[in-house]
Design a protein around this ligand. Structure first.
Ligand code: CAA
Length: 302
């Protein structure tokens, strides 16, 4: 006779401690929201680059102070949020796994680097640790397969946040083919605790947001390269004519042109040649002009 399927635990995941791996603009934003909502008893920020996590925690503190100065947050709430935050230098998968009930990975958009991290986390973290990726386009099932080294691919899900995380209200919740119902339920719980509405999206290239947004941004770069309109006019047409808060070229700078190229390559690999990154976009990345974070992209920044 066939063995009975193992029972699905009701909700084995809790929200004692969150570790966000990657102290870039997304990781810092997620950590800020986790601290400000006090959704976890502790919020760790880990990064392999020496000093990066501490710098991110300091920058979050400054942003919280500005909110207090602007009358958008009480000093007490900001104090509580700061008290929850801690910086970890280096990415020690064993220590992070042992110390976290939920891990959100937000490192650079590189499939190999993410798979390697999930392999290490899968091996080191107890099965009760929920492992989520903030990838904006890479297959969650592939990351779950990497994490299956530890024998528990079911606790891996995608939780894709939007920049700026404190402002944007939705997250894409992406179950892998192998995710258990309890892991998906836990993902919903984490999103809700962070004040976000989860939209459940299938594990396909670019999910929903970037499958729609990146070809639009890429086409805007193509229009610029073709000389059909100036940078300012392209953005002005879309802001003034369609009501978006930022034109596509300003938005590309805001997201990061390196991230835009990485996502276009994932779309191209998964969906075909029509999704090739625009050569001018690739050239900006080659020049190091990757947008706001570099001080220069299609625009220049102070
Ligand atoms: N980091 C953190 N917070 C930021 C921020 C940043 N870089 N930029 C703005 N904010 C916050 C401000 O602190 C302010 O918050 P408070 O109200 O709490 O003070 C709030 O945003 C509004 O800021 P401003 O009033 O100064 O500016 P604004 O009204 O011009 O709005 C904006 C700024 C919210 C960024 C707006 O221009 C916008 O919505 N732009 C579109 C952003 C967008 O499309 N994001 C999604 C990108 S796609 C993505 O992230 C997914 C992916 O995988 C690539």
């Amino acid at each position: 006779p066939a063995a009975a399927a193992p029972p699905v635990p009701a909700d084995p995941y809790d929200r004692t401690a969150l570790t966000v791996i990657g102290a870039g603009q997304m990781g810092a934003g997620i950590a800020q929201v986790a601290a400000a909502t006090a959704a976890f008893d502790a919020v760790h920020v880990a990064d392999g680059r020496p000093g990066a996590a501490a710098a991110a925690v300091a920058a979050i503190g400054d942003r919280l102070d500005r909110r207090v100065a602007g009358g958008k947050m009480t000093a007490a709430a900001a104090g509580t949020a700061k008290g929850l935050l801690a910086a970890l230098d280096g990415v020690d998968a064993g220590a992070i796994g042992a110390a976290s009930s939920v891990v959100i990975e937000a490192i650079t958009e590189d499939a190999g680097a993410k798979a390697d991290l999930f392999r290490r986390l899968g091996d080191a973290a107890p099965p009760t640790t929920l492992l989520a990726s903030n990838t904006s386009s890479i297959s969650i099932t592939r990351l779950a397969a990497a994490a299956a080294v530890g024998g528990h691919p079911g606790r891996v899900i995608g939780l894709h946040f939007f920049h700026p995380v404190p402002v944007m209200r939705v997250v894409e919740l992406i179950p892998a083919l192998t995710s258990t119902p309890s892991a998906v339920a836990a993902g919903r719980g984490v999103a809700a605790a962070l004040g976000k509405t989860p939209a459940v999206v299938a594990d396909g290239p670019g999910f929903v947001a970037n499958r729609l947004l990146m070809p639009y941004i890429n086409e805007a770069v193509g229009v610029l390269a073709a000389g059909a309109a100036s940078r300012n006019d392209i953005d002005a047409v879309m802001v003034g004519g369609t009501g978006v808060p930022m034109g596509p070229l300003a938005l590309a700078d805001f997201i990061g042109l390196d991230t835009c190229v990485s996502i276009m390559r994932v779309l191209e690999e998964g969906l075909g040649g029509g999704y090739k990154p625009a050569p001018l976009l690739v050239a900006h990345v080659a020049a190091g002009w990757v947008g706001v974070k570099a001080g220069r992209g299609f625009y220049t920044y102070e």
